[in-house]
Design a protein around this ligand. Structure first.
Ligand SMILES: [Fe+2]
Length: 265
């Protein structure tokens, strides 16, 4: 642990105000849960599947609330199962009562709906949930089997930057230069991918609770790290989408999000 801390202090100047957590993992099969967004059913399903697949260590990538109503229940589940994670833009905005979630919109309808969801979430979070969201670090670093892994919600630069697969290579290289990890894991776009470039592995873990890649099944990302090899599996997990969709409508959140959930949009 001491070596890792020294390594980080020397090589990664922390962003102003950023909180950084560092650990070493004894296990090699690690589940990363991206963007749960208040979808407790999806979270339960991926957690159960991960355990069945032999995963012992879990991390989350933040954005635990919004779009579906179970932000408090999701946070309670994460805490009960001692799943460490990082703070998403949505978590930060809810925790600090910001006027805006820091999300990007594709059209005016989406803007209106997203804002309604954000206001709903701010109104319904408990003080305990808010405290938890407020205390999440901006980034996490751990080592496992000789690999160094960095976790961010969206990118090492900002927590609301959309890091899609088709970004130019120089963007990947620039982001890689902000950490000495050889595996970088992040989410925020809700579209999973793996890209290998310059000896680094870039993993967008997709979204557990609100996939946007046209596949409504929850996305469970598993890193299997053994010696030199790094395997990344995007396991798509069936869950009761209709149960979450019904809860969205019943809660007073826009039915728009129930419809998007069914389409994986
Ligand atoms: Fe996000």
């Amino acid at each position: 642990m001491k070596d890792v801390l020294i390594f980080l202090r020397e090589r990664i100047p922390p962003r102003k105000g950023a909180r950084i957590a560092v650990t070493e993992e004894p296990t090699l099969k690690i589940a990363v849960l991206g963007d749960v967004h208040g979808n407790l059913e999806a979270l339960r399903a991926v957690h159960a599947r991960a355990l069945a697949l032999g995963v012992e260590t879990f991390y989350h990538l933040g954005d635990l609330g919004g779009y579906a109503p179970f932000v408090n229940e999701v946070v309670a589940f994460i805490r009960e199962h001692r799943i460490d994670g990082v703070q998403g833009n949505y978590d930060e905005a809810v925790a600090h009562d910001r006027a805006h979630c820091g999300c990007r919109y594709e059209d005016p309808v989406q803007e209106q709906m997203t804002q309604a969801s954000f206001e709903w979430t701010k109104t319904h979070v408990t003080p305990e949930t808010k405290e938890y969201l407020k205390g999440l670090p901006a980034e996490r670093h751990f080592s496992a089997a000789g690999h160094k892994v960095s976790l961010f919600h969206a990118s090492p630069r900002k927590n609301n930057l959309y890091w899609y697969e088709d970004r130019p290579e120089k963007f990947f290289t620039e982001m890689a230069g902000k950490t000495d990890a050889d595996i970088l894991v992040y989410g925020h776009t809700h579209k999973p991918y793996r890209k290998d470039l310059g000896g680094k592995v870039f993993v967008n873990a997709g979204s557990v609770g609100k996939p946007k890649d046209g596949d409504p099944r929850a996305c469970l990302t598993i890193l299997d790290i053994a010696g030199g090899a790094v395997a990344v599996d995007f396991v798509r997990v069936e869950y009761d989408v209709e149960k979450t969709a019904a809860a969205i409508t019943a809660s007073g959140l826009p039915a728009y999000f129930a419809e998007r959930l069914r389409r994986g949009a």
